[in-house]
Design a protein around this ligand. Structure first.
Ligand code: PEP
Ligand code: MG
Length: 771
């Protein structure tokens, strides 16, 4: 193994650099690194004699590489060669490589037993990763790599991507094989690059979740691939990092007051005045947007993936080239930026795959983030101190708002069952939907009360504050009694559980008797590759643990409709809600379901678990699902009833089941033929429509098994009483509503609820009146 000498004016600097480089490789693999730095521990300078001694210390038959810092370090090193044995001097190489990056690359490469030439070349390329990232030399400037004989795909699981240490482990591993190995980042299209070169691997800038295609050729190609797959599965040697706990949730109230913060409107470019340095402005804006995104990513344990993807979009090289070319041709930076990202959003919207189509929303978010930087307009997103007024609420916004700062969200579109609304509710953010086109001047005080449906501009603040105080008291009392059972005045006990989309929902839940719905497609919604069985078990275990090992009902992947999954591409459909959704998808692609069922069975061996299948229509589907599940071993099995046909023939479907759970969100949209994501028909999609209630009543009377409701109707305390009166024995609600639903049930006398009148009512409004 070659030896290394570091010549520097500062001993502290040299020792710190050596310490940093040493971190990259295991102790028993490190080359000898000798330091000749400073005239003493604190006096700057270099001394030829000290350098010659260091060379002698580091000398090996394979040679010595000398890295240097400024000016006279070079002179001292050259002079030192006069002092050492000429035979030794002949195998010493002074390199112009950068001290820190070169030293790291040299230590990593030397540790693999590479020759002096190879180590020196690698050290000299030490700046490539940084230059490439910051826009100097590009990967394309380096020699092309050969075609691979065989390939394998691996995923970067490391929290901070393939950063220096894991990259060093990979390079060390690769260089131990007689094989040429290349890496291509399939998510950014970067590469292929030489996987035996630390600097080239650095140019990939591969982030967590990115898929890497590993190509290998040569006598040990197969062994190299197998070893790399193993290393990747072990997180490239990094310890799995505990995610930071996400910010606590919102107040859980249904009333709010605060200044209106308008969002979602186009960024106004009309006042923009171009300068003679538009490229510089663009770079500043990109840097600032990148900084913002990194803060958002690092602060969001559950949804960091969304911002990671946005970061990749901000740094898209191809688009940046286009934007820069347009700016150089005279287009102002905002116009050039907007044009390129609008075009990209249009491309996404035209794609066949539903998940990819949804990414158009991300592209627009990235477009606007940079435009706001360019125009100096303040961001209208996190953190928001006030009431966010948005045309529609998407899940990413709902998931990532700072729930401790936003006073509430007012959505212009109606509808309470879209996933953005569900996410915001589950986070306890006060929310009202359907405020319509009312003109809201930015900054004016607004207030809403979702219970009465009122939205006021410039309200009487005293009145609103009094209502808030009353609701806070109500909530506090409900929380105090949250752990008590929900036994009605006439002695019926209803189990009230929590719906879980992210583990935090289970952590935050108070008083839940378990989970009546774990939305697995939301739990793993950020993933670009399917989670392994182990990963699923770990997540299910965490949910069960957070709920004190009370029963959890895990729903198998409910992909389709408005819930695409990146790792399960689906064809474009004219009516996705009526197409391949939920269980339907897996009759063609059973392997993913099998893995999930395996994870569910394994979790069930440790803690009480129920499994349920979504979007079931026929008895054949139930039989197929039970067959896919195999022996139950005490696992309780059910289906969701969310298709009217399933509700009508529930007795047949439930014959071999332990329970059914009514998904009122979908049952309502299918009964009323009103798309749950379409604001224009939202008033039709009312869960209290007597037609929906008649189906629920039919299910309770005919199922012959336990009937639960896990749709969002169960989160409305009034509706919860009605459902219980109809005979539903288990309700699963969004976390913040669980204590309120329980409190309301405790006050209720179910015998007093006139269910006959409700079922015969003319419409949902009349039902509300009766309740
Ligand atoms: C439902 O449809 O009511 C339900 C609970 O499922 P999701 O909202 O996830 O479609
Ligand atoms: Mg559903």
């Amino acid at each position: 193994m070659i030896g290394i000498v570091v010549v520097s004016h500062s001993r502290a600097l040299a020792e710190a650099a050596v310490g940093l480089a040493a971190e990259m490789v295991a102790e028993d693999k490190r080359p000898v690194v000798a330091v000749a730095a400073g005239l003493d521990a604190t006096t700057f300078g270099t001394d030829a004699m000290a350098v010659s001694e260091a060379i002698t210390t580091a000398d090996s038959a394979d040679g010595v590489l000398v890295l240097l810092d400024l000016g006279s370090a070079v002179l001292s090193a050259e002079m030192a060669l006069e002092f050492v044995d000429p035979e030794v001097a002949a195998r010493v190489r002074l390199t112009s490589a950068p001290l820190v990056e070169g030293l790291v690359a040299a230590v990593v490469t030397a540790s693999t037993g590479a020759s002096l030439d190879a180590v020196a070349a690698e050290a000299e390329r030490g700046l490539i990763g940084k230059q490439d990232h910051l826009g100097g030399t590009t990967v394309a400037d380096t020699a092309p790599v050969a075609e691979a004989d065989r390939t394998a795909d691996v995923v970067v699981g490391n929290e901070h991507g393939l950063h220096a240490r894991p990259a060093a482990r990979l390079v060390g591993l690769v260089n131990g094989f007689d094989a040429t190995v290349t890496l291509t980042d399939l998510d950014t299209g970067r590469g292929p690059v030489d996987a035996g070169s630390l600097s080239m691997v650095a140019t990939l800038n591969a982030q967590q979740g990115h898929r890497l295609r590993v190509g290998a050729s040569g006598p040990q190609a197969a062994e190299a691939l197998a070893a790399i797959e193993k290393l990747a599965a072990e997180n490239f040697g990094d310890e799995p990092v505990e995610k930071a706990a996400p910010a606590p949730g919102g107040s859980g109230l249904d009333v709010a007051i605060g200044p209106a913060v308008l969002a979602g409107d186009a960024v106004d470019l009309s006042e923009y005045v171009a300068s003679d340095n538009e490229l510089g402005r663009l770079d500043d804006a990109l840097r600032a947007a990148g900084d913002e995104l990194r803060v958002l990513r690092d602060g969001s344990a559950e949804h960091g993936g969304i911002f990671e993807a946005h970061l990749a979009m901000v740094g898209d090289r191809k688009l940046l080239e286009e934007v820069r070319a347009a700016i150089s041709a005279g287009t102002p930076a905002p116009a050039a930026w907007r044009e390129a990202y609008d075009a990209l959003a249009t491309t996404f919207e035209a794609l066949d795959d539903a998940y990819q189509r949804e990414r158009a929303q991300d592209v627009r978010a990235v477009r606007d983030r940079v435009l706001r930087q360019l125009t100096g307009t303040s961001a209208t997103e996190t953190p928001v101190d006030g009431i966010l007024v948005v045309p529609e609420l998407d899940a990413a916004t709902a998931a990532t708002l700072d729930a401790t700062r936003v006073a509430g969200i007012a959505v212009r579109a109606a509808g309470t069952t879209g996933h953005g609304v569900i996410v915001a509710r589950s986070r306890g953010i006060p929310l009202i939907t359907g405020i319509g086109d009312v003109e809201v001047p930015a900054g004016t005080t607004v207030a809403f009360d979702a219970r009465t449906g009122s939205f006021e501009i410039a309200p009487d603040e005293q009145v609103v504050r009094a209502t808030i105080a009353e609701r806070v008291g109500e909530r506090r009392r409900a929380l105090e009694e949250a752990e008590q059972p929900a036994t009605t005045r006439d002695g019926r006990t209803v189990d009230v559980l929590v719906n879980v989309g992210v583990v935090q929902d289970a952590v935050d839940a108070r008083g839940a008797d378990g989970s009546g719905l774990v939305r697995t497609e939301v739990l793993f919604g950020d993933r670009r590759t399917a989670p392994s069985v182990d990963e699923q078990v770990e997540a299910f275990r965490a949910i069960a643990r957070a709920l004190g090992n009370k029963p959890i009902t895990i729903r198998t992947w409910d992909v389709g409709g408005d819930k695409p999954l990146a790792f399960l591409p689906q064809d474009k459909e004219a009516n996705p809600f009526l197409g391949e959704r939920g269980l339907r998808v897996f009759r063609r692609r059973p392997e993913l379901l099998r893995d999930q069922l395996e994870a569910i069975r394994r979790t069930a061996a440790e803690t009480p678990v129920h499994v349920m299948f979504p979007m079931v229509t026929t008895a054949d589907e139930v039989a197929w699902a039970l067959d896919a599940l195999g022996p139950r071993h005490g696992l309780e099995v059910g289906i969701m009833v969310e298709v009217p046909a399933a509700a009508l023939r529930v007795g047949t479907l439930a014959k071999d089941l332990d329970f059914v759970s009514i998904g009122t969100n979908d049952l309502t949209q299918y009964t009323t033929a009103a798309d749950r994501t379409n604001a224009a028909v939202a008033p039709l999609a009312d869960g209290l429509d007597p037609a929906v209630l008649q189906l629920i009543d039919h299910v309770v009377r005919n199922a012959g098994v336990r009937v639960a409701v896990c749709g969002d109707l169960a989160s409305d305390p009034q509706a919860a009483v009605l459902l219980a009166a109809l005979g539903v024995t288990e309700l699963s609600a969004v976390g913040p509503q669980v204590p309120l639903v329980k409190a309301r049930l405790r006050q209720a006398d179910l015998g007093q609820v006139d269910t006959a009148a409700v079922l015969a009512a003319r419409d949902a409004d009349q039902v509300r009146g009766l309740l």
